[in-house]
Design a protein around this ligand. Sequence first.
Ligand SMILES: [Fe+2]
Ligand SMILES: [Fe+2]
Length: 182
Amino acid sequence: MLQKAYSAEKAAAYAYIGHAGSIKSLKKKKEIKQIEDDEWSHREEVFKIMNTYNIKASVYYEFKYALIGKVIAFSCYIIGWFMPYYFAGKLESGNVCEYFIILKYFQKIGINSHDKELFEMGVKEKEHEDYFLNEIKDSKLMPIFQKLFFWGKSNSYNDVNLNELKSIENSNEYCEDYRKID
Ligand SMILES: [Fe+2]
Ligand SMILES: [Fe+2]
């Protein structure tokens, strides 16, 4: 899961470079650039955890996710404004639990030294999800996309609510029966 998260962060960062490049608004470019930077720092953070346990990056994931990121980045220029926001939001929605589940697994084997970083990364992905959702929630396309792709205003891949955030100690209550999207 760490190897996958490490590589997927790169895919996300690449995708956001394309997304920011494809939109006109300077303000939104900046906001998405900030999210890109968040993903790079997540990647560093995950790498540190991997190093602690001598886990190497997966060559396969590195290649696969670099390709995915580049394809998404390119597609942002041709699929209109709505879809890059929508699929970014959907992806972020799935990423939230990835970190909370890694946190749980560590706790299960008695390792608590990464709790804070993993918790904060999960929360940050939730902020990203909310950002993208907020950009498109009133679009006419939202209802149909939500039906087709199972994410939107009333559909999330996690049960995290930033307005009533649980403490790190209780964060193992999150993501009990949330399945990851792939
Ligand atoms: Fe991330
Ligand atoms: Fe993110």
